[in-house]
Design a protein. Structure first.
Length: 780
């Protein structure tokens, strides 16, 4: 009831208004595959397990759906944990393949199942022990830790292989029993095994203390490997010698089969040629140093040539489309374009679902001229003959022909939560005396020149500077003269042209909000303001049109700020064949060349992390080399001898850079992690030679002879352990399916780097040992 008159009549609300139960907002619509649907997003709390949350949600929905009314159903078209589960499954598969290859290499190298059993036992012990430490450190069993375990498989057998090979060599050459041979072998190996393992830890542990997301990526990866290496070293120093003394038996001249004879023949030929090459290399120091200088130059050139990025872009099973209609477009117009796009996407055999939210977009928020489509692809095994990039290119080619709208396609961010999409995210800031109009002009200039660059694609700006608006210029003097409260002018306009929340009411044990607004026909034109009145202090009703002038104009729908500055968010992606690092450099160059000084530039989201990670590469490698040098200096009680080990490391780095460049990959965080690991592995091989050579020199042997003898003796164990690791990397290099880009990014650099370390690195280690030792002798 609105009021009761003196004559007894009653005016009810229904007499002056239409009262109905409606939706709280009609600014957006949502659906799946063209059918209306309420889209409900489920987000994890910090520390929750994604797969466990997804399973609980599915179970809960099964129970809730039992009470749904007839005709109502639910579907889960979009589940991020599907990608996570598939990726982890692929990593497990790679883990198994790596283990099989490592076992095969160890067997072919040791040529006995008895001998093979000893290093293979180190694998489960090291992995199980690592799981225990992961629990202590609070790590989850995720893709990063599993990738670390894959790399560790090729490492944890190394020390045990060296022990077995040394024991068998002594048993064969000195005709000692297994117990005596083991005892003698461990006397010469214990120091070297401890040194090599601690060097690996010296490589991994420091970089795990880096800050930010990069540090978190390093931390889980490196600590996993470091722990597994330490456990494998303990196994090699304790369990492996015991097993050697118990299960190894003398050969007694027993003839080996033809396969093993051929392998031994090739190894002997290789060892002889290796020694011959070393002898020649040591005699030509100037040529070697010149070639080494060229290696360093090549590394610097490749470092500049190889494109950079933060993390590799993965096929996560979906991508997003944003349709942008002219500002001021109605929801109905946007809906029609969206329906046409969905109709086209439904015909694609590789697309399972299309989820739409019409009237909104992640870039600008609520806006009736925008529509966001999430395209969920069919499972990876059902689209092996194509790629997500090809599907997106086909969709882009079709949708760009729509005259009513602009279209933006984007992949999801590689780390969920960092940005709304993949690609780069730039914040263009109005600093100093710059106005919003200056920012609009700068954004338009940047977009104009960026659109001409072949390295950039999918460019978009968050600025909405041309939204049609109705501007009411209030005559404040007249308002004051007539005694009309200014607040009543604004509240009246808001109530009629928009809506105003009044209160709540209870019906059927549910709370409903009450809003008032004018009916649609009475708020469609600016002339409708003639119908709105406000009460003056004397009780007279004053028309709003007498209190100001109404006119149509354009202006921003919202103004964003970043670090206190008015900002425009510029998003885009690298064009096909280019990296995000190259795209970011192009954007920075355009900004420097064409934007005024009062317009600033900052990166946000993944782009900020990529920029930060790129700046840390030098710090990471400096820390690695510093810790290795300091540890070796303490080990050898010399400031110069560790240089012989460090000088051999650039060869492995050259192989890593060449491999990544040839395969068309990028210099990202995963490659940097692999590079750190490569330094440790190459140093480990070098230490095995330098350690033995130093012992012989200390015993009075000639420097050159000691270096050659050490190289000859360590050739076979180094080759065996390195080949085991290299073949363990092969499944990562050839990886396919969900998460394959990450496995390839880590595996490729390490794979090629270790090949260079085997072929060239172990040739230069004796040379640098001789060169450095002679310099030490001369200085004394």
């Amino acid at each position: 009831m609105v009021r009761a008159n003196a004559n007894g009549s009653i005016i009810r609300l229904k007499d002056v208004a239409r009262v109905s139960l409606e939706a709280s907002s009609y600014n957006t619509e949502s659906g799946i595959n063209g059918e209306n649907a309420a889209v409900l997003g489920i987000y994890m709390l910090p520390g929750a397990n994604a797969i466990e949350v997804a399973d609980n949600v599915k179970q809960a929905m099964e129970e809730i759906s039992k009470n749904f009314p007839e005709g109502l159903s639910y579907e889960i078209p979009f589940d991020m944990t599907t990608y996570i589960s598939e990726s982890i499954h692929e990593v497990y598969k790679t883990l198994f393949e790596a283990l099989v290859l490592v076992v095969l290499v160890v067997f072919l190298s040791l040529q006995s199942w008895r001998a093979t059993l000893i290093p293979i036992v180190a694998v489960p012990i090291s992995l199980i022990g690592t799981f225990g430490f992961m629990l202590i450190f609070g790590f989850s069993l995720n893709i990063l830790t599993l990738l670390g375990l894959i790399l560790a498989i090729g490492i944890v057998v190394d020390d045990a292989i060296v022990v077995v090979e040394s024991v068998e060599h002594i048993m064969e050459t000195e005709k000692l029993s297994a117990y005596e041979a083991t005892k003698k072998a461990m006397e010469g190996l214990t120091s070297a095994l401890i040194a090599t393992s601690l060097v690996l830890c010296a490589v991994f542990v420091p970089v795990s203390f880096l800050s930010g997301i990069t540090g978190q990526l390093y931390r889980q990866f490196t600590i996993t490997i470091a722990v597994s290496v330490l456990i494998s070293t303990v196994v090699a120093l304790t369990l492996s010698p015991v097993m050697c003394s118990l299960i190894l038996k003398p050969d007694n001249g027993k003839k080996k089969n033809i396969v093993f004879r051929k392998i031994n023949e090739w190894l002997n030929i290789g060892n002889n040629k290796y020694v011959a090459v070393i002898t020649r290399v040591i005699k030509h120091p100037r040529r070697v140093l010149s070639a080494f200088g060229m290696v360093l130059i090549a590394i610097l050139l490749l470092h500049r040539i190889i494109p950079t990025s933060f993390l590799p872009v993965e096929d996560q099973g979906y991508f997003k489309i944003e349709l942008e209609l002219p500002e001021g477009s109605t929801l109905e117009r946007t809906r029609k374009v969206t329906e046409r796009a969905i109709s086209f996407l439904d015909k694609n055999p590789y697309i399972a679902y299309v989820q739409n939210v019409t009237g909104s977009s992640p870039r600008v928020g609520s806006n009736q001229a925008r529509s966001e489509l999430t395209v969920i692809l069919k499972p990876w095994e059902e689209r092996k003959e194509t790629t997500i990039n090809k599907i997106m290119a086909e969709v882009q080619e079709h949708l760009k022909e729509y005259p009513e709208s602009k279209v933006y396609l984007s992949t999801p961010p590689v780390i969920p939560g960092l940005g709304s999409s993949g690609g780069f995210e730039m914040q263009l800031e109005a600093r100093g005396e710059a106005t919003f109009d200056n920012l609009v002009q700068a954004a338009d200039t940047l977009m104009y020149y960026a659109s001409k660059s072949k390295e950039l694609a999918g460019l978009s700006s968050s600025l909405q500077s041309e939204i049609p608006q109705l501007y009411f210029d209030v005559d404040r003097d007249k308002v004051k003269m007539l005694g009309v409260p200014l607040a009543d002018v604004f509240s009246t306009m808001k109530a009629y042209t928009g809506s105003v929340y009044v209160n709540d009411f209870n019906m059927f044990n549910r709370i409903y909000k009450v809003y008032i607004q004018a009916e649609a026909p009475y708020r469609e034109h600016k002339d409708n303001i003639n119908l709105f009145f406000v009460k003056a202090s004397n009780g007279a009703m004053v028309p709003l049109t007498s209190l100001g002038n109404a006119s149509y104009t354009t202006g921003p729908g919202s103004i964003k700020r970043f670090n206190m500055f008015t900002t425009a968010v510029i998003r885009g992606e690298a064009a096909q064949g280019y990296s995000s690092g190259q795209a970011m450099e192009i954007m920075e160059q355009i900004a420097r060349d064409h934007l005024p000084d009062n317009i600033g530039l900052e990166w946000s989201g993944l782009s900020y992390q990529e920029k930060k990670a790129g700046g840390q590469t030098g710090l990471v490698m400096a820390l690695v080399f510093l810790f290795v040098f300091l540890f070796l200096a303490a080990q050898y009680e010399s400031w110069t001898l560790p240089v012989a080990v460090l000088l051999s490391l650039p060869i492995a780095a050259l192989g890593a850079y060449l491999g990544v460049w040839i395969c068309g990959l990028e210099n990202d965080v995963y490659f940097q992690i692999g590079l750190v690991m490569l330094v440790g592995l190459a140093a480990k091989n070098a230490i095995l030679i330098v350690e033995f050579a130093k012992v012989q020199v200390d015993d009075g042997e000639d420097i050159v002879t000691a270096a050659i003898n050490a190289a000859r003796l360590r050739f076979r164990p180094i080759l065996m352990t390195s080949l085991a690791f290299v073949l363990g990397m092969l499944p990562m290099v050839l990886a396919s399916g969900p998460g394959s880009a990450s496995r390839q990014a880590i595996g490729t650099g390490v794979f090629f780097g270790m090949i260079f370390a085997i072929v060239l690195g172990i040739i230069l280690v004796p040379f640098f040992f001789v060169m450095v030792y002679k310099l030490v002798v001369r200085s004394k």
